[in-house]
Design a binder for this molecule. Structure first.
Ligand code: C2E
Ligand code: MG
Ligand code: MG
Length: 717
């Protein structure tokens, strides 16, 4: 019994009124009494009642008249009225019911009957109140939400779509009802079977709640991603009769990349799939897929942090996006010469991580795709400003053409990825066009990578040594350590073949420490038998990856100390490109390397930026001029000659020692001596050799003045 239920008893006869009031109070009701219609109306104005018990016969305003008055203000649901009549007043009862009385009881009042009728009115009123509340809440929720609603009467297959559902899919709000097929027919063919299965599972009670993400066709033809949620209503026999729920448009989250706002992989693959479909059905219309991956992105992340990495991705996205808009005209100009039609549409998407993709429709051949790849390379040529630093970035690109790649979208992407892999392997900042032979090459390279990783554990690496010779005194002044891989099947493999791969995979870091340790061990061993050794330096190469590690100098110094080798006997060779990529960060490491006592040299000078300005910021001892500069002299063009001479002159001016790399012929040697280049290294003296022959060379007094060139064959056995 609800103690809060409040009744109003209206009766002019005091005895009746009070007795009924007392009895109802005993049953837990709150009761007010009124002796006349007027009094009753005043009471109704003063507070809310749940039920009115109204006497029909009253002097002055009768019960019937009062009922008329009540109904002009309250509906039956708002204020139930039970008429109380004498048995013979059946005419009044009919009139009262017509006027909107909810029920009646007769006098003398039979209490159980009265209680039953009151309870009925109270509970109906509560139910209606609850329904009104929930309807109101529901209406508010519908209005406030961006979701659409649906309601499926399973027994009669009548499907209700709310206005918002229709809006999501571009239909007018009036198209509110239909059959479930109106939904399912619009579901993307690739999703349809799954959605049906999900509904079936739900109806069969195999899933607890219904939640399905799928694509639905918009009226305009494109697909939207929706999340449909719902629940099943079952009848007494547990048979599903109704299913209802909500629908949310999740296209934005599904198809846009949160960081760059570009289309994401999902959308890209969707477009690619449709293009493939279209071409299969209607023929013609070739297209190309360009798959991009930023070079050395991991370095940026590792050295500058993830936030900077994100910024870089955003910059790259914006720059390419803006630049690609003009692709149309670029391709058209290129195409005009071949007098063909221009490239059509394109989609530019972020595929995840540092991967991007461009889908070009309407290409006429590989040249169109290549011109876009080249355009992308130029777009990224200028440095990007990141947290006050200039950062250079480049991208490798794999290209797949619809004419070469067949099969579903995923296959074409894999082909482009294969080409991308090939472009990376060829040395980054390049593009490669997929062909079928490539797949085999990639398989082989993956195999090579795996073996390289295992080579470390299998102790397959060895260090060879090559002398660096003073050109004026013909003495060995230092030795460069060069790593080799003793491959079980392929024999000795040079660094050029596997060091770049070790750099890509990160293996170069542990390998670098191993080489350094091995070199120190060797130097310590030589020291025992060679009193003249301390005048010699042994040079070890370090890669960009190693230079990015702040603790590199101290770890190297610790290794040297462990072998009892003074750091001044060791020279660290760093390539120009490794320095430039991130000068500020590298500078700290370089200064520290110097501080702990290592000699420093710049390797492969002349292949990259060949800038002297940064050299002034670094405590470098030597410059090693790349052999390409010397080799170009062969063409004996006066400009090439000039460049070599200028570099040597400038280096001398900066107080740097100069080593010419790759000296192969006596003519080259002579020319170097003419321009007063201090040192040389190359086959004309000696190729890199195993530790044993190098030991013999050193023992034979190679460090004292002796005639050059050396050849391994001439070394004492
Ligand atoms: P680099 O430091 O410039 O080493 C010189 C390269 O030129 C060596 O190739 C050497 O064998 C080769 N070379 C020497 N004289 C001549 C010549 O007269 N003509 C020609 N054509 N080549 C000559 P290698 O050993 O294959 O090494 C290639 C590169 O790999 C090295 O270039 C260096 O950058 C890197 N590298 C080698 N060992 C290591 C290492 O232990 N750690 C790291 N990080 N990189 C290494
Ligand atoms: Mg070197
Ligand atoms: Mg070099």
């Amino acid at each position: 019994m609800n103690a809060k239920t409040h009744l109003l008893i209206v009766d002019d006869e005091e005895a009746n009124r009070d007795m009924l009031a007392r009895r109802l109070e005993r049953h837990g009701y709150g009761v007010d009494v009124a002796a006349s219609a007027l009094e009753a109306m005043a009471a109704l104005a003063a507070r809310a009642f749940d039920v009115v018990l109204l006497d029909v016969q009253m002097p002055g305003m009768s019960g019937i008249e009062m009922l008329r008055e009540v109904r002009s203000r309250f509906t039956q649901a708002q204020l139930p009225v039970i008429m109380v009549t004498a048995r013979h007043e059946s005419v009044d009862v009919v009139e009262a019911l017509d006027l909107g009385a909810n029920d009646y009881i007769t006098k003398p009042v039979d209490l159980p009957v009265a209680l039953a009728r009151i309870r009925t009115q109270v509970s109906r009123r509560q139910a209606e109140r609850a329904l009104a509340d929930s309807e109101e809440r529901y209406a508010l929720a519908v209005r406030g939400s961006r979701d659409g609603l649906w309601d499926w009467r399973i027994d009669v297959d009548r499907f209700f779509f709310s206005a918002r559902w229709n809006e999501i899919l571009g239909y007018p709000p009036e198209e509110a009802t239909g059959q479930i097929d109106r939904w399912l027919d619009r579901v993307h063919p690739d999703d349809r079977e799954r959605v049906r299965a999900e509904i079936d599972d739900q109806l069969a009670g195999r899933s607890s709640n219904f939640e399905s993400e799928h694509r639905v066709r918009h009226r305009a033809g494109q697909y939207r991603w929706v999340l449909v949620r719902g629940a099943v209503v079952r009848d007494a026999t547990d048979c599903p009769v109704r299913m209802a729920g909500s629908v949310t448009d999740i296209t934005e989250g599904k198809v846009a990349d949160a960081l760059t706002g570009l289309p994401n992989r999902v959308l890209f693959m969707d477009r690619l799939g449709r293009l493939i479909d279209y071409r299969r059905r209607l023929g013609g219309m070739d297209f190309a897929l360009l798959f991009l991956d930023l070079d050395h992105f991991k370095n940026i992340n590792d050295t500058l942090g993830h936030q900077a990495g994100d910024q870089l991705l955003i910059h790259v996205a914006r720059r390419l996006e803006q630049g690609l808009r003009t692709v149309d005209s670029v391709a058209r100009i290129a195409g005009a010469e071949r007098s063909a039609s221009p490239v059509g549409d394109y989609t530019f998407a972020r595929m995840g991580g540092d991967e991007f993709a461009v889908l070009l429709s309407g290409v006429r051949g590989v040249a169109d795709a290549v011109s876009v790849a080249e355009r992308i390379a130029t777009l990224l040529a200028d440095p990007i400003e990141l947290e006050g630093q200039q950062v250079f970035t480049s991208t490798s690109i794999g290209i797949a053409l619809s004419t070469t790649s067949s099969g579903p979208a995923a296959d074409m992407l894999r082909d482009a990825d294969t080409a991308l892999y090939q472009a990376k392997a060829a040395g980054q900042a390049r593009y490669a066009v997929f062909d079928h032979a490539m797949r085999q090459q990639v398989v082989e390279r993956v195999q090579f990578e795996t073996e390289l990783r295992q080579a470390m554990d299998r102790r397959e690496f060895v260090v060879h040594y090559q002398p660096i010779v003073s050109l004026s005194e013909h003495t060995v002044t230092s030795i460069e350590a060069l790593v080799r891989w003793r491959h079980p099947a392929r024999g000795l493999i040079g660094a050029r073949e596997f060091v770049p791969i070790a750099e890509d995979t990160g293996l170069i870091v542990p390998l670098g420490y191993w080489v350094f340790d091995e070199v120190c061990r060797q130097v310590a061993a030589w020291s025992l038998v060679l009193p003249s050794l301390p005048r010699l330096a042994v040079a070890v190469n370090v890669s960009a990856r190693q230079l990015a590690q702040a603790d590199l100098p101290d770890r190297l110094a610790a290794i040297a100390a462990r072998h009892g080798v003074p750091t001044r006997m060791l020279e660290i060779e760093m390539t120009e490109s490794a320095m430039i990529a991130n000068l500020d960060q590298v500078q700290a490491v370089v200064l520290r390397l110097k501080a702990v006592g290592f000699r420093l040299s710049i390797d492969d000078f002349g292949t990259g930026y060949s800038s002297f300005t940064y050299l002034q910021r670094l405590p470098v001892d030597r410059l090693k001029i790349d052999r390409s500069l010397l080799a170009s002299e062969q063409e004996s063009s006066p400009t090439a000659l000039g460049i070599l001479g200028t570099v040597v002159g400038l280096a001398r001016h900066l107080n740097l020692e100069v080593v010419a790399e790759g000296v192969e012929t006596p003519e080259q040697l002579e020319r170097l001596q003419r321009i007063a280049c201090g040192f040389g290294q190359g086959y004309v003296f000696l190729e890199p050799v195993a530790p044993d022959p190098m030991s013999r060379l050193l023992l034979s007094g190679g460090t004292s003045p002796s005639p050059a060139p050396y050849a391994e064959a001439d070394l004492p056995a």
